[in-house]
Structure formats: structure tokens, C-alpha cells
Design a protein around this ligand. Structure first.
Ligand code: NAD
Length: 475
């Protein structure tokens, strides 16, 4: 079995206690890697390394140009190791290789390139004052950042946090999810190879509660906590941050509404709606897991959508022909199966789908369950979608907004006025019109309500990972 250690202060090491955990390939259901299992001692050691590298190391002092060169070199190395990185995420959590190798790895590289250039090219306000004074803004690095990541887009979401933090001169301790440790260790090895000084990017493995994750959030030497994961965990982490007055950025769960109006181009609506719910086997915070379809096109949409769902190829995520892999773990499979198995008991109809082999669930389309059903309200995080008819624009805006989540929404219409009007009315951090998951890294990303606190992306990441400072001078 391969071994993946912590990377602390420039060295790949085992846990202080010698403890390890295994990572299981959810397709073969066999362990494939042994991983250092960290606890508070390891987490504190990683924070000490990040602290030392920030307080007295070269990284915060070397300037945007030189830091940017190292970050671009890291992006080059990520591209060179795309097969290894892609396969690491695929083996850890069953993501089809065309998505990990084809999407997540290139996005990880572009996260580093984008934020390196964004920091270097960023401008700040200069304010000549009526009094003759002059005020200007500096963006000072915040310090040591704890980044805590989920398992659904391991490398992509980790780099979404690490890249801006590093580009602005911070040092980082990353704790990947316990189910997806491998790509984080590989990334930290590559960062050292790219010339990043020891202690700038540290990785500590372990669980959340009573383990490395909790220890990171409670360490008073941490200056920022950036977290992506479940809303319940977000509440715990916000409370931990509050005790030390450590600012937190929380990217949490979702229950994306996907609205198909009768004037939509149905080819477009079906194609993107399939991607919105079945990409990454439905394990996407942004998943369009409740589709509202205007009644005149309800039957036509449902027929075409169901046929497209049935055509998706389920199988071994290591094969390039596979579009739907297993769910990420046995525990997660049981959770999603609970929703699948209860559809009919709760009054719904399974139009297609249901249980698959091993830890697989087939693309599952459900009708007959209303707005109040668990399936339409709770984050299932699997390949199950509820389709609900509606009559008027006003009605569907109320239905879409009737959720404790507010991460994103999709709408399909060929009417320009309606597109703008409904986008404005939806309570969501991102609205996609006639598309899904298209990202501009300058745009704000985050959620409303239980979907999170704060925004990341472009200048929003800059605000979070720096201490903006006003300098006021008498000229
Ligand atoms: P999770 O909350 O169980 O775990 C996320 C991370 O937090 C893991 O690394 C875990 O070890 C750690 N953790 C757990 N408890 C902790 C604690 N008490 N203290 C410190 N760390 C702790 O989430 P998950 O199951 O890994 O991920 C799925 C969730 O993430 C879904 O709800 C999904 O919607 C959400 N998500 C949100 C976004 C977004 O951008 N908004 C993106 C991806 C996933």
C-alpha cells in the first residue's frame, strides 16, 4: 500500500503517536493507501511550523513577483503530475477519472496561476483628502491560515483556499478530509519541489471532532480559518473561531433549485440539468437536486431528462468511459440509500434509478414528492433528483427561495427580461442562467443562510486572507 504522511516544516513525516488510518477505494471497496493519522500534537506542530515560517521566514517578505514565480512553478508541476493527482482523488473517493484528471487537476493549476497573478496585479485605493492628507490602503498578509476541506472535490477545493492564502503572503496548514488524504500530500511534496520554503504549506491528516481538525480550529496561533463542508460542522467551527476571535470563512451545504420555464430551450435545459445533478455522482454542494418545471413543458422535459439520465454510463471510475462512479464511502452510500429506499414509502414515484452494484446508486429521478418532502428539502449529496411542476413565475420564485440553504440556483429561459428579473429575486450566492458550474475566479463565491458566511474569489479572497491597512499621511 502507498503511504501518505503529514508534511510539516518541509518534511513528510508520520504522526507523533505513530497512528495511521487507511483510505478505501470505494469502487473496489479495498484499502489502497495508508495515511498518517494526526491528533492535537501533530496539528499544533503544523501550526508552529506555519507560525515560524510566517514570523521569520522569507515567504511573506519576498514580494508578489517571486512568490508568484514559485506558485506558477507549482502549477506547472501539478500539470506534469496530472495523472498521479487525478488518480489519487479517483481512488480516494470514486470520482470518474475524466472529472478528476480532466477537470479538477487543471482547475487546481489554474487556481495557483490566477491568484498568483491576481495578487501581483491588484491595485488599492489612494485617497487624496480635502485636508491635504493622503490615505492609501495596503493589504498585509493575515498570518497562519488553517484550511479545512471536504472530500467531494479534494484537490480543487483545497487549492481554491491555499492559492489565494499563499499568494497574499500567508502560510497554511491544510487538513484534507479523512476520506481523501492522498492528493494533499502529493501537492505539498510538489510545493517543496517548486521551491516553496519549509513551513509555508503544511498538511496534517486526521478526522474532525476530537482530532486534528478540531485542534486546528482551537489553536490561538491560527489567524484565519477557511472551511468548506457541512452546515452543521460550520456552526461548530464558527463557535471555535469565536472563542479566539479568529475570522472564519464558511462554504457550506446547498440544495440548489433548478427552474425550467416553458420558454426554455429544452435541449439546453436537459443537457445542463443532467450535469447539474449527476456531475461527481451528485456529490456537489451546488447540485441542482430539485428541478421545478413549468407545467406546459413538464411531460416533455421529464421524458427527455429521464432518457438522458438512463444513458449515463455507470462503472469503474478509473475507466474514461465512466460517467457515474460509486459514492465516496460506505457511510455516505448508506445515507444516500436511505433517501432512495424511502421514496415510495413517502408517496413518491421512482421514475428511473434506484440502488446499483456495490456502493453505487443509479441516476435516480423522483416525482410525486412535494416541497415539504425530506427529499426536496434536505441535502442528499447523491444522484437523486426531485422533479416538481409549477405554474407561475411568482410561485416558482417562492418555491426556490423556500430553503434554509442559499448557495446557488439555475434557471432556464429564452426570455431576457425574465432571466434578469428572476436572477435578482432568487436568494442565492450564485445564479446560473442557461448553464451550470461555469466559474470566473474573480466572481464572489459563497452562500446565503445555512450555505455559509463570507465570499471567496478574486478581491473577496483578498479581503479574507489579508489585513487591509489604511496609511494616512500629512503631505
Ligand atoms: P464535513 O463537514 O463532514 O467535513 C469537512 C471537513 O471538516 C473534513 O476535513 C472534516 O474532517 C472536518 N471536520 C469535521 N468536523 C470538524 C470539527 N468539529 N472541527 C474541525 N474540523 C472538522 O463535510 P464533508 O462531508 O466532508 O463534505 C460534504 C459537505 O460539504 C456537504 O454539505 C457539501 O455541500 C459541503 N460543500 C460545500 C461547498 C461550498 O463551496 N459551499 C463545496 C463542497 C462541499
Amino acid at each position: 500500500m502507498e503511504f501518505f504522511g503529514h508534511v510539516i516544516d518541509g518534511k513528510e513525516i508520520e504522526s507523533d503517536s505513530g497512528s495511521t488510518m487507511t483510505s478505501t477505494d470505494p469502487y473496489t471497496r479495498e484499502p489502497w493507501a495508508e495515511v498518517a493519522l494526526g491528533d492535537r500534537t501533530d496539528a499544533d506542530r503544523a501550526v508552529d511550523a506555519a507560525r515560524k515560517a510566517f514570523d521569520s521566514g522569507p515567504w511573506p517578505r519576498m514580494g508578489y513577483g517571486e512568490r508568484g514565480r514559485i506558485l506558477h512553478r507549482l502549477a506547472d508541476l501539478i500539470e506534469e503530475h496530472a495523472d498521479e493527482l487525478g488518480m489519487a482523488d479517483t481512488r480516494d473517493m470514486g470520482k470518474p477519472i475524466t472529472q478528476s484528471r480532466g477537470n479538477d487537476v487543471p482547475r487546481a493549476a489554474s487556481n495557483f496561476r490566477f491568484f498568483a497573478d491576481h495578487a501581483r496585479l491588484s491595485t488599492a485605493d489612494t485617497l487624496p483628502m480635502d485636508t491635504g492628507h493622503h490615505a492609501y490602503t495596503r493589504f498585509e498578509p493575515a498570518g497562519a491560515v488553517a484550511a479545512i476541506a471536504p472530500w467531494n472535490f479534494p484537490l480543487m477545493l483545497e487549492t481554491w483556499k491555499i492559492a489565494p492564502a499563499l499568494a497574499w503572503g500567508n502560510t497554511v496548514v491544510l487538513k484534507p478530509a479523512e476520506d481523501t488524504p492522498a492528493s494533499a500530500t502529493i501537492l505539498a511534496r510538489l510545493a517543496l519541489e517548486a521551491g516553496m520554503p519549509p513551513g509555508v504549506l503544511n498538511v496534517v491528516h486526521g478526522y474532525g471532532p476530537d482530532s486534528a481538525g478540531q485542534a486546528l480550529t482551537e489553536n490561538p496561533s491560527v489567524d484565519r480559518i477557511t472551511f468548506t463542508g457541512e452546515s452543521g460542522t460550520g456552526r461548530i467551527i464558527a463557535a471555535a473561531g469565536a472563542r479566539n476571535l479568529t475570522p472564519v470563512s464558511l462554504e457550506l451545504g446547498g440544495k440548489g433549485a433548478n427552474v425550467v420555464f416553458a420558454d426554455a430551450d429544452l435541449d439546453t435545459a436537459v443537457e445542463w440539468s443532467i450535469k447539474a445533478i449527476f456531475t461527481n455522482t451528485g456529490q456537489v454542494c451546488l447540485a441542482g437536486s430539485r428541478i421545478y418545471v413549468q407545467r406546459p413543458v413538464y411531460d416533455a422535459f421529464l421524458r427527455r431528462f429521464t432518457a438522458a439520465a438512463d444513458a449515463l454510463h455507470i462503472g469503474d471510475p478509473k475507466q474514461t468511459s465512466t460517467e457515474i462512479g460509486p459514492l465516496a464511502s460506505q457511510e455516505h452510500h448508506q445515507k444516500v440509500r436511505g433517501y432512495v429506499d424511502s421514496v415510495e414509502a413517502e408517496g413518491g414515484t421512482l421514475v428511473t434509478g434506484g440502488p446499483g452494484d456495490g456502493w453505487t446508486v443509479r441516476p435516480t429521478v423522483v416525482t410525486g414528492l412535494g416541497q415539504e418532502s425530506r427529499h426536496a428539502r434536505e441535502e442528499i449529496f447523491g444522484p437523486l433528483v426531485v422533479v416538481i411542476p409549477f405554474d407561475t413565475e411568482e410561485e416558482v420564485i417562492a418555491l426556490a427561495n423556500d430553503s434554509r440553504y442559499g448557495l446557488n440556483a439555475m434557471l432556464f429561459t429564452e426570455n431576457l427580461h425574465r432571466a434578469h428579473r428572476v436572477s435578482a429575486a432568487l436568494r442565492a450566492g450564485t445564479v446560473w442562467v442557461n448553464c451550470f458550474f461555469i466559474r470566473d475566479l474573480r466572481a464572489p463565491f459563497g452562500g446565503v443562510g445555512d450555505s455559509g458566511i463570507g465570499r471567496e474569489g478574486g478581491n473577496f479572497s483578498r479581503e479574507f486572507f489579508t489585513e487591509p491597512k489604511a496609511v494616512v499621511m500629512q503631505i
